[in-house]
Ligand binder design. Structure first.
Ligand code: CMP
Length: 235
């Protein structure tokens, strides 16, 4: 971590105005928020906080990617979500007063804006529109978590990998001449942890998907070429 608690840059100010949950704040509120917010940069692989830590702040991603994950006692990891610029995390323990529900780690150099608990709670009380946006985002994440439970319960491993690739392309995809590219450098281990499968199995399924022309690999990034084929597997 570098620049611990530094004052937010001008870049952060203009960015914050475009972050969906803060869109309803007027200029005065945004300035007030930025005056008390801190900005921190985390290097790839560094931990932002661990599951069960006390919840002290909300984090907004200015740049980079953050992995939200759980660890089993034997060291196995399950990635719950991969979040990118404009998204936020750490709201759950601020809202319910319980410890952090998951761990978080920077997957690349990541700049975060930190908003302390009391300030976040005051903002929610003062701005019902902001509170409604947070509730809508919690609902969206619950839907995604339900979809993950469904995958783990009902889909075979090819279906889970297909569903995982479709979710990643929806959240982190960009147009590519062959289809849609997932703009994340993911190792097979990370993809396995995201899809809830063993690393060796994911490697095998990715090769099968490449052979059938459903995906291509461009450098270290996966390109979804035949979306319909993945949707069929994920059904
Ligand atoms: P908190 O419990 O304070 O700390 C971990 C954070 O990870 C949590 O708040 C949420 O912001 C985020 N988080 C937990 N579970 C999920 C999930 N299933 N999808 C997306 N984000 C999550």
């Amino acid at each position: 971590m570098t620049g611990a608690g530094a004052k937010p840059s001008d870049q952060a100010s203009s960015f914050l105005a475009r972050v969906p949950i803060f869109a309803s704040l007027d200029e005065e509120d945004l300035h007030r928020l930025l005056a008390i917010a801190g900005e921190r940069t985390y290097r790839k692989g560094s931990t932002i906080f661990f599951e069960n830590d006390p919840g002290e702040a909300l984090y907004v991603i200015l740049a980079g990617r953050v992995k939200v994950y759980k660890l089993a006692a034997d060291g196995r990891e399950k990635i719950l979500a991969i979040l990118g610029p404009g998204e936020y995390f750490g709201e759950m323990s601020l809202l319910d007063g319980l410890p952090r529900s998951a761990s978080t780690e920077a997957m690349e150099t990541t700049r975060l804006l930190m908003i302390q608990r009391q300030e976040f709670l005051s903002l929610l009380s003062a701005h019902p529109s902001l509170a409604l946006k947070v509730i809508a985002e919690l609902s969206r994440r619950l839907r995604q978590a339900n979809a993950q439970v469904e995958e783990l319960a009902f889909l075979d491993v090819r279906g889970r990998v297909a569903r995982g690739l479709l979710a990643l392309v929806a959240a982190h995809g960009s147009p590519h001449p062959a289809g849609q590219r997932i703009d994340l450098r993911l190792t097979h281990k990370e993809l396995a942890s995201y899809c809830g499968a063993a690393r060796e199995t994911v490697t095998r399924v990715l090769l099968e998907l490449q052979d059938s022309g459903a995906i291509e690999v461009d450098g270290h990034r996966i390109v979804v070429v035949d979306r319909a084929a993945l949707e069929e597997l994920a059904r």
